[in-house]
Design a protein around this ligand. Structure first.
Ligand code: URP
Ligand code: ZN
Ligand code: ZN
Length: 486
């Protein structure tokens, strides 16, 4: 019998900390050997001249999900995870999204059915809570125990947002269950007030989307959220950080020991608000929230990633077609507020980041692996099974050709978005062969996996979601007048 099912031979393996010339031996879907001159496998992949990296872990993507606007996005689990696989990603965390009046357990069960049928790569879920009434809060412990170790809430969007008291309720429930809380943090009042004034005065073009999401709305919401997080002593992950001021708020909080984590996305690293300023409605392709900002903000985000203020880069894949099923669903001639928010990115996240971080040498290959796979897996308690190349880990691997140049285009997209917001950008470095649990799922630009072959990854909140143990005086049961923490 061959000692290995698969050997990836002669490549350069990189993890978040090391770069080593070695073969990777895979058996039973797991990495079982790293070494020079491993014996033959039932199959060998020649990786000479290639980089052998962990498959990407994309921890924020909207798949087959009703948005805050009440519109289904353009991808199914099959099409979204197909695109992810072609882009070198092997694990996703999409959402099970509760809307007003919905029973949370039913919501989660429904999303499981969709994913079981369609997913081509492995997945977990964040539970979106938009209606935290008593029954919802009561359902949280069972759902976390069943492997849904993170919750997402919104501080804006009319139909999804939580008021401060509701947010505190969710933070407390998460603390009691050991779950991470991820937050879309923008000040709803500022945005609504700006939107109304702009539209009343006839400023309706897509470019006013960026004006309406005044950058201060981010720093304000972060500051308020962090105060809540400190009061309850519940760690939070702030999604899609877009401004320099936002990074600064996170940096200061982390500096005084608050357990706050930060994520940004390619759209904030590679676009500015100018992308919205196009003839007619074309800018609607770049209508996502928060909006892209300025070159100075991009630099602040890169700096935040380099020094650890921000720990991960996800896609926030939220695709809507540029037609009447998507961006024009609510109006043929929409004002900026009627354009569904979101952009596709599951397939492009890794090539864009590889190009900038590794090929253009902004950081290095270890940082690329850390920010796109290893720390993403650790933050959401998927490690050590996911996110690294290590003995015992799932054999989720992308073999990259660091020399291959590709100009991104609409046609390359394997999802159902129909356009590519990054079209025209040339990247150097491409994930050529993608492997999930030892099975080759993408090879020679062909898909080899079948819908439904992805597996659910049950997980609790893990280390990143653990409270610090430092109680705000008013929450300390020994000193307060009856407020209970547990
Ligand atoms: O514009 C975005 N980001 N759309 C997706 C929904 C969300 O999380 O904001
Ligand atoms: Zn969001
Ligand atoms: Zn999102």
């Amino acid at each position: 019998m061959q000692p290995f099912d698969l050997v990836i031979r002669g490549g350069t393996v990189a993890t978040a900390s090391d770069v080593m010339a070695c073969d990777v031996g895979i058996r039973g879907g797991r990495i079982v050997a790293l070494g020079e001159g491993l014996e033959g496998g039932a199959r060998d992949i020649d990786a000479k001249g290639k980089l052998v990296l962990p498959g990407g872990v994309d921890t924020h993507c909207h798949i087959e999900q009703l948005s805050g606007f009440g519109l289904m996005n353009s991808d199914t689990f099959e099409s979204a995870t197909r695109a992810a696989a072609f882009g070198g990603t092997t694990t996703v965390i999409p959402f099970a999204a509760q809307h007003g009046g919905m029973d949370l357990k039913t919501v989660v069960a429904d999303y499981h059915v969709l994913a079981e049928k369609g997913a081509l790569i492995d997945y977990a879920f964040h539970m979106i809570i938009a209606d935290p009434h008593e029954a919802t809060i009561a359902a949280i412990p069972d759902l976390v125990a069943a492997g849904h170790g993170s919750i997402k809430v919104f501080m804006t969007y009319d139909k999804m947002r939580l008021h401060d008291e509701q947010l505190l309720d969710v933070l407390m429930a998460a603390r009691q269950s050991g779950a991470m809380v991820c937050v879309h943090a923008e000040n709803h009042g500022i945005i609504t007030w700006m939107v109304n004034r702009l539209i009343e005065r006839g400023y309706t073009a897509p470019k006013y989307h960026a004006v309406s999401h005044a950058r201060l709305s981010e720093a304000e919401a972060f500051t308020r959220l962090i105060a809540f997080s400190e009061l309850i002593d519940q760690p939070v992950m702030i999604f899609h950080v877009s401004t320099a001021e936002g990074v600064e708020v996170i940096r200061q909080a982390r500096g005084r020991g608050v357990k706050v984590w930060g994520e940004t996305c390619p759209q904030y690293l590679f676009f500015t608000a100018d992308t919205l300023d196009k003839p007619g409605f074309d800018g609607g392709k770049w209508c996502f929230s928060p909006p892209a900002r300025s070159v100075a903000d991009q630099e602040a985000l890169w700096h935040g990633l380099a020094n650890g203020d921000l720990q991960t880069v996800s896609s926030d894949h939220a695709p809507y077609r540029f037609d009447e099923t998507g961006k024009f669903f609510f109006s043929k001639e929409p004002n900026f507020k009627q354009i569904p928010n979101g952009v596709g990115g599951l397939q492009w996240r890794l090539p864009l980041l590889f190009n900038e971080m590794v090929s253009n040498r902004r950081m290095d290959v270890n940082a690329f692996v850390r920010l796109t796979a290893t720390d993403a897996a650790k933050l959401y308690n998927l490690a050590p099974r996911k996110g690294s190349i290590a003995i015992g880990a799932d054999a989720d691997i992308a073999v990259w050709d660091p020399e291959r140049q590709v100009t991104l285009s609409d046609d390359l997209g394997r999802d159902e978005t129909g356009y590519n917001a990054y079209a025209g950008i040339t990247v150097k470095g491409w994930p050529e062969t993608v492997i999930l649990r030892g099975d080759v799922i993408v090879e020679n630009d062909h898909l080899k996996a079948k819908p439904g072959s992805g597996r659910f990854l049950p997980r609790g909140g893990g280390q990143a979601a653990k409270p610090t143990g430092r109680l705000a005086p008013e929450m300390d049961p020994a000193r307060n007048f009856g407020a209970e923490l547990y």
